[in-house]
Design a protein around this ligand. Structure first.
Ligand code: GAP
Length: 461
């Protein structure tokens, strides 16, 4: 793979300035590795999640949606292996009070200056590694004794397993079929960081596909390919996407086979997992059957047999995928004839938070009123930003930074001819379009993969 530049620091600053991502509780000094999504960030995240939901649930008849609770019966996490095994080895430094993963000391930085790896300063005093459970514990009800301990879920998957029969029977699905969820998950990560890459509160978009044993590897391959196609459809550079196969030492306790989809974030972070695809065998349903005492078998009446299905899981993180979209979109470029260059967030139009900026060229000749009417009309279909402040070049630049693919400008000819200019973010080219066709033309470009003026789309004024 090529080596890509490190844009993380620039992204953190752009995200705050433009309203993609803010640090949680910033006015109190912030809360470590917890982030809030601002006006542009939430639109981007919703677009991502809606595309996933459409691809996984609405466009198929063999996957059902579910929204299970974050709080679950504590036995769930015993059955799943999380109480006993969802641990990282932790070491503390008695001198600098830093806390590190014992198996990742090579990638960590001691808190003392000049910064080195933990253990490399003469004063470093590292403790023996101890096992640290990543689940957040809390108490349910008013009594804080051990019988009231529950956990914030570290993954959405278990909600789908414990509801396997509820969903199958309510929807009258036959194996093979899937259950999909989007929801929050929590992990008390020892070494979170890299902006929103690894955080303690995050979201997951997970799908559990229940199949007959023996057909599992075929389905595994099908889902691997489908999920890679989905990431490409977001406009992520295909050269920066790749599979990483888990070797025997890397496989999670539940997995028979696992591949990650990795995106190359550039800089020191490099290629990292954005999604995991796992063949979980019958591990989860068998464990829940054992711990709950309830049968979790599928009865195949046509073939007159019953079995515990195997599960193929696709587990994607929207926060990480959103970070990949930010990294992928960020570019700085020179503008011919201008001294200052521009920063562009070149999102695929379908995921861009705002689809169009609407600008009256001047505040005269009824241009603001006409622009306002156009913006109101477009808002019925797309998120739109109306801006009449500052020189037109500055207004274009502001929308370039927000990743808005189209700019609609009302000028002195607009009232006479009942038309406007559509300016394209990526090549800054322009076309003239009749006012009544603006929404239709923009919708056609959003649906296409080439939102530039010279893409010769078969939509003409
Ligand atoms: N149910 C399987 C499971 O949870 P995982 O690989 O631990 O598998 C799936 O998580 C996805 O969730 C990851 O690929 C990643 O995108 C996201 N994810 C996991 N931990 C995360 C964290 N601490 N911060 C942000 N995203 C995380």
């Amino acid at each position: 793979m090529a080596s890509y530049p490190d844009v993380m620091e620039k992204l953190v600053s752009l995200s705050k300035r433009r309203g993609f991502v803010f640090q949680s509780s910033e006015i109190y000094g912030g809360l470590g590795s917890v982030w809030d999504y601002g006006p542009l960030g939430i639109e981007l995240k919703r677009n991502l999640q809606e595309r996933w939901w459409h691809a996984m649930v609405r466009s198929r008849d063999d996957i059902e949606g579910l929204d299970s609770a974050i709080l679950m019966h504590p036995r769930v996490w015993e059955a799943s292996g999380h109480v006993g095994g969802f641990v990282d080895p932790l070491v503390d430094c008695k001198t600098c009070k830093g806390r590190f993963r014992a198996d990742r000391l090579q990638d960590a930085q001691c808190l003392k200056k000049p910064s080195r790896k933990p253990g490399e300063h003469s004063e470093c005093q590292l403790t023996e590694p101890r096992q640290f459970n990543l689940m957040f514990k809390t108490h349910i009800g008013p009594v804080e004794d051990t019988s009231a301990v529950i956990y914030l879920r570290p993954e959405t998957a278990q909600g789908s397993y414990v509801n396997f029969l509820n969903v199958q029977q309510a929807s009258r699905q036959k194996v093979p079929f899937g259950i999909a969820q989007i929801g929050k998950a929590f992990r008390n990560e020892i070494t979170p960081g890299n902006f929103i890459f690894r955080t303690r509160e995050f979201e997951q978009m997970e799908m559990q596909f229940f199949v007959e044993p023996g057909t599992d590897m075929e389905w595994f391959e099908t889902w691997k390919a489908a999920r890679m196609d989905w990431h490409r459809s977001l406009g992520l550079d295909p050269d920066r996407l790749r599979f990483h196969q888990h070797g025997p030492g890397e496989l999670a306790h539940y997995a028979r086979a696992a591949f990650d989809i990795e995106y190359d974030f550039g800089g020191t972070l490099g290629p990292q997992e954005v999604e995991g695809i796992h063949n979980r065998g019958d591990f989860d349903l068998a464990k829940h059957q054992e711990f709950s005492g309830k049968r979790l078998e599928y009865v195949d009446q046509a073939a007159n047999k019953r079995y515990i299905p195997f599960v193929i899981e696709t587990a994607c993180g929207p926060n990480r995928t959103l970070l990949a979209l930010l990294v992928n979109a960020y570019r700085e470029e020179a503008v011919p004839g201008e001294q200052e260059g521009r920063t562009v967030m070149g999102f695929h139009p379908a995921v861009a938070p705002i689809k169009a900026g609407v600008f009256p060229l001047t505040k005269k000749e009824g241009q603001p009123e006409m622009a306002d009417r156009i913006a109101a009309d477009l808002r019925k279909r797309f998120p739109v930003f109306y801006d009449d402040a500052a020189a037109i070049g500055r207004r274009y630049r502001r929308q370039d930074e927000a990743g808005t693919p189209f700019g609609i400008t009302v000028d002195s000819d607009s009232a006479k001819n009942d038309d406007v200019t559509i300016r394209f973010r990526d090549d800054m080219g322009q076309i003239r379009v009749g006012t009544s066709r603006v929404a239709e033309v923009i919708a056609a470009y959003i649906a296409s993969d080439h939102a530039t003026a010279d893409s010769k789309l078969a939509v003409r004024p």
